[in-house]
Ligand binder design. Structure first.
Ligand code: BGC
Length: 845
């Protein structure tokens, strides 16, 4: 028997529902079609005659960026998704959501394109940093809290990317081939939980194909699962440029083509309607859902957009970001109480490429221009009150550092002047002239509409070299491009053929050297257009979005490791801050390996410093696991993720014991890349990636293979110790109509206050189909003073025991015995109790 569970109704009265239907019936066919695609890059079409405004959307998960992809209005930059997940703190995620709503409103936006809930299938996923975890339950529960916080303040969430979008390689064309059971139990699960617990008002379809059909036109995922089984009434928005058909995508229920103006809808949809390929009923369904989104976000009452984006840099937001940062930092290793650094440590060597840089977030649509940054160097200097020595230690730039670190316009402003010409042949005088602060000129959404669709541009700036030597320029362009130095052509990238990774569709970086003299200004000129490259690229339009990136580096003369070793040997403790950054970890591409970049330089640095100073602490900033060949050479390791604008302060708080770390890993850190579950099937071949590991990703894979890992899922230490008492359960039998509560007392046995994340895993003792050793089904975070005992109460229900059986088809809780296992990590088990299910039962949602 398949039981249809009661589904939490959409928060809409019958009356409101009727009103929507009535409104749909009032709209002309033309208006309805107009509503199904965007007005511009970020907005939907308004309906001024009905007093209905347009919706403004904004990225993204760790901040509300506003109108422009690069260099926009400053906004609050929160810790990235995986760092938030490492807090395992649903209340905090709720608060983050409600603060993001205020930030979105300041940017005049009603729809936040977040959260990202794709799972970490491989450690190499380019967007792992912005999504939460390898575990669907942790991901789903955190996403629900975030969405409730956001929508509680009237801003729509757009949970993304639906579905099976776990890699960036060939993301527009890759076909994710997945067995239905794995799709249901893993990749659909966070969406299912969020829809049940938080009802996100919008959902974004992904770029990829799922089992042969693009996500925006996939009747299985969009119609059957989302609409029929889950009764989802929210709006489905295509990822930007991810609408792949006119008829099939409307029929599958992808409501809104973004960005606008219409490419596959508009006239094409009208023609399809006239031909009878889509019906007015298909269109009406989508129109109703878009109107619902407008209604929920208050756009029925506000037809006029408030002009301009604002900043809201409040002290409450600062404090929240710092707290979130502190709670995300995960203490991986701490031998002999190396941390926190006590008063006996008077002189500290701060070493590493990330010490004086703000490595605050990953790259792509999750990035934004923060209100401010805090670097480890500044924060540690301010918080510690110790003598600080510094050495950079390693060079890790993926591409040459931006020329804008040093270049100025002719009027002395930092950055470069950008001249836009209408048409792709330049012209006598530019139509629009702008000054841009940075020389990563990604023009996806920011080329002036006046010059579209075909334009050319020049970039002009001046560099004054600080040293004399053979200096390097790096140049990448989306369209054809050339770079001149003092009027001489240095880099000709006009007819490039080799695609790189920057700016979604740019060339590889071309590097050229030139002899320059200290203090003698040189003029840089770039000429480029938005014609598409490489020439003859199959299916490409003749003109795209355009853009270029200019890098510059003066030739280094010092031995960076030797410098680091020298200061490490003079100090009482050495803190080595290593990691990745927004260029190594970004939307648009995946990492090539799991090692710290570049070419082993950071690994050599850690080993050399560890030899010079016994008290070496490694801080790793990354949004996914890295290999640590030096793990046994250092006594302490902190995983610091990307923590947004308060990154430096949060780190300093932990290092010097002003705060006690409580983060736990939302992903397993494997020992070797080769150990990871997706290793044999990554990133696929011939545009197809087979999710061959099925339901066994993350710890479920490592446990099944009994593989030793570097650090297990759920691991994280504290400056205090927690003692777990006996595990109890509220009853022996779970059914489809009751829940059980698993309880465990936990005592803080140490000398400082701390927080402990208690984890509950369920093991199905005997099942008809293979199941993981155990699965996380709940968690509870306790805050305890020294000597205090608290009780973690974790509720389990049918969802905690079910698995998906395609032969039913449906979810099943099978009669038999189960174990409720309590752990301080997936690998540190503190107790267990048994319970059972008397009679099997099934359900669909
Ligand atoms: C990303 C989305 C993002 C959108 C708008 C796409 O490339 O995949 O996550 O929301 O762009 O920036």
């Amino acid at each position: 028997m398949v039981t249809q569970r009661a589904i939490k109704p959409v928060h809409e009265s019958e009356e409101e529902g009727e009103k929507l239907k009535e409104l749909v019936s009032k709209l002309s066919e033309e208006k309805k079609i107009l509503l199904l695609s965007g007005k511009d890059f970020w907005r939907t079409q308004p309906l001024p005659e009905l007093n209905v405004g347009s919706l403004k959307t904004t990225d993204g998960p760790n901040g509300a960026r506003g109108e422009f992809f690069t260099d926009g209005t400053p906004a609050a930059l929160f810790p990235c998704g995986i760092s938030l997940a490492a807090t395992w703190n649903v209340d905090l995620l709720h608060q983050v959501g409600s603060t993001l709503a205020k930030e979105a409103k300041a940017k005049q936006a009603q729809v936040l394109l977040a959260p990202t809930v794709c799972l970490h299938r491989s450690p190499l996923g380019g967007r792992n940093f912005e999504s939460f975890s390898e575990d669907p339950i942790l991901t789903g529960k955190l996403a629900a809290a975030y969405i409730n916080g956001l929508q509680g303040e009237g801003v729509a969430a757009t949970i993304k990317h639906f579905v099976a979008n776990e890699q960036e390689t060939l993301r527009m064309q890759i076909n994710s081939v997945i067995e239905e059971r794995a799709l249901r139990e893993l990749y659909l699960k966070p969406f299912e939980i969020a829809i049940r617990d938080a009802d996100p008002w919008a959902l974004m379809s992904s770029y990829n194909l799922i089992n042969g059909l693009h996500a925006d036109m996939n009747p299985f995922t969009l119609r059957k699962v989302l609409r029929e089984e889950w009764k989802y009434k929210g709006a489905v928005i295509s990822d930007w440029g991810g609408t792949n058909s006119t008829v099939e995508s409307v029929k599958a229920g992808c409501d809104l083509e973004m960005p606008g103006p219409a490419k596959l809808r508009g006239k094409a949809l009208k023609a399809a309607l006239d031909r009878g390929d889509v019906t007015i009923h298909d269109i009406d369904e989508s129109v109703e859902r878009i109107l619902r989104l407008l209604q929920r976000t208050g756009r029925f009452e506000a037809s006029v957009d408030e002009p301009g984006e604002k900043t809201l840099d409040t002290s409450e937001t600062k404090q929240l970001i710092r707290k979130a940062g502190v709670e995300g930092i995960t203490l991986l290793k701490n031998e002999n109480g190396t941390l926190p650094l006590g008063p006996e440590i008077k002189k500290v060597a701060l070493i590493g490429p990330n010490v004086k840089r703000a490595v605050a977030g990953g790259g792509g649509s999750a990035s934004l221009k923060p209100y401010y940054n805090t670097t480890p160097y500044d924060s540690i200097t301010a918080v510690s009150g110790r003598e600080i020595l510094f050495a950079q230690g390693a060079q890790i730039d993926k591409w040459l550092p931006l020329a804008s670190n040093i270049c100025k316009t002719s009027s002395g402003q930092p950055g470069a002047v950008l001249e836009f010409f209408k048409g792709d042949k330049f012209g006598d005088s530019p139509l629009i002239v702008q000054t841009r602060a940075k020389t990563d000129l990604f023009l996806w959404d920011s080329a002036p509409v006046e010059v579209l669709p075909a334009y050319s541009f020049k970039v002009k700036t001046t560099v004054v070299p600080e040293t004399t030597g053979e200096h390097q320029f790096g140049f990448q362009s989306v369209g054809p491009g050339r770079l001149f130095v003092n009027g001489q052509l240095l880099i000709d990238n006009w007819n490039w053929t080799e695609a790189g990774e920057a700016m979604f569709e740019a060339s590889v970086e071309v590097v050229a050297s030139i002899h320059l003299n200290a203090g003698v200004p040189i003029e840089i000129l770039v000429e480029s257009t938005n014609e598409t490259r490489p020439v003859g690229k199959a299916g490409a339009a003749t003109h795209g979005y355009g853009g270029c990136r200019i890098g510059y580096r003066e030739s280094p003369v010092v031995d960076l490791i030797q410098e680091a070793v020298e200061i490490a040997s003079q100090a009482d403790a050495a803190i080595v801050i290593v990691g990745l950054d927004a260029e190594w970890e970004s939307e648009g591409y995946d990492r090539q390996n799991m090692d710290l970049p570049k070419d082993g330089s950071q690994d050599r640095l850690v080993s050399a410093v560890a030899k010079a100073n016994k008290r070496t602490i490694v801080v790793n900033q990354s949004g996914s696991p890295v290999t640590m060949p030096w793990v046994s050479e250092v006594p302490a390791i902190l995983q610091a993720w990307y923590q947004g604008q308060e990154a430096g302060n949060a780190l300093a708080d932990i290092l010097f014991g002003n705060e006690n770390p409580s983060g736990k890993l939302p992903v397993t850190f494997p020992k070797r890349l080769e150990d990871n579950p997706a290793y044999h099937n990554w990133p696929g071949e011939n545009k197809k990636v087979v999710y061959g590991e099925g339901i066994f990703i993350g710890y479920k894979h490592y446990e099944r293979l009994a593989l030793d890992v570097l650090f297990p899922f759920g691991h994280g230490l504290s400056y205090t110790q927690f003692h777990y008492g006996e595990v109890g359960i509220s009853g022996p039998v779970l059914s489809d109509s009751n829940t059980l509560t698993v309880s465990v007392p936990v005592t803080n046995n140490g000398k400082v206050s701390g927080q402990e994340i208690v984890q509950l895993y369920i093991r199905d003792i005997k099942a008809r189909l293979p199941r993981p050793e155990k699965e996380l089904q709940g968690f509870s975070k306790l805050s305890l003073s020294p000597g205090e005992t608290g009780i973690a109460n974790i509720v389990i229900d049918l969802y905690s025991v079910g698995y998906y059986d395609t032969s039913i088809p449906g979810w099943i809780a099978e009669a038999g015995g189960f174990e409720a296992i309590i752990g301080s990590s997936s690998d540190d088990i503190r107790g267990a109790v048994l319970f059972r299910i008397e009679e099997s039962f099934n359900w669909t949602f």
